[in-house]
Design a protein around this ligand. Structure first.
Ligand code: C5P
Length: 221
């Protein structure tokens, strides 16, 4: 089974308030991008990597890959306006004979081989997509623009979904081409009737959105 990983790192990361994209924020003394890239490259389940960089930052991204000695990186392309556009740009670089595509957010640096293994395994049981998730622990409320509570949503069976997300390559291509809208790749696959399974995620796959998240992740490394 040939597994191609798409590492999406093209977000602007405006909430970090830096003069550079989030992928180049400092995690310790390295750019954030270096950590997930090194982990993906070292993962025995991953055969090849497409790196999706912020537009205009392709060369610095390639330099990070070279400095880290990431020999599995086959292409580095510019991302798009939305995450979905960036995944599409990455998918265009995945060859037709790839069987499985693993999509991972560079903003979740602490990827492990175990979570990659957990999302890949069910694909051979007939699932079209597999995503890691954590059961929602907080009480959820739907809130109006005035702050008034409209509804308390039962959290039974609700999971917060992370990346890496694994898909059979043909289903992900079909989902991307369908023009459906979703906030993650799994949502696109679901929209075209694909069967998606949730497996146990990892609390350490925290998505970095703030400076405090960067410090938390640096402490967990
Ligand atoms: O913006 P957010 O943190 O939700 O982004 C999740 C992941 O998607 C990040 O790794 C980010 O770099 C990536 N992304 C992208 N292209 C965009 C927006 C987000 O590659 N246009």
């Amino acid at each position: 089974m040939s597994v191609w990983a798409i590492l999406v790192a093209a977000g602007r990361g405006e909430r970090l308030g830096l003069d550079r994209p989030k992928a180049f924020a400092k995690l310790g003394d390295e750019p954030l991008l270096a950590e997930p890239l090194r982990r993906l490259d070292a993962c025995p389940w991953v055969d090849a990597i497409v790196l999706v960089a912020p537009p205009g930052w392709e060369e610095p991204a390639i330099l990070v890959a070279e400095e880290e000695g990431c020999g599995k990186v086959q292409a580095c392309v510019a991302g798009g306006e939305t995450r979905s556009d960036s995944v599409r740009a990455g998918l265009a670089e995945v060859p037709a004979d790839a069987l499985v595509v693993l999509v991972h957010d560079a903003a979740r640096p602490l990827l492990t081989d175990e979570v990659v293994e957990r999302v890949l395994a069910p694909l051979s049981e007939g699932w079209d997509g597999v995503v890691p998730g954590l059961p929602v622990g907080d009480t959820l409320k739907r809130v109006g623009s005035d702050g008034g509570v409209h509804e308390t949503v039962t959290r039974d069976a609700l999971w917060a979904v992370q990346t890496p997300q694994a898909f059979t390559a043909d289903v992900l291509r079909r989902a991307q081409a369908s023009g459906a809208e979703a906030t993650d790749c799994a949502g696109l696959v679901e929209a075209v009737g694909g069967r998606v399974k949730v497996v146990d995620g990892d609390p350490r796959l925290l998505k970095v959105t703030s400076q405090a998240d960067l410090e938390t992740v640096a402490g967990w490394r």
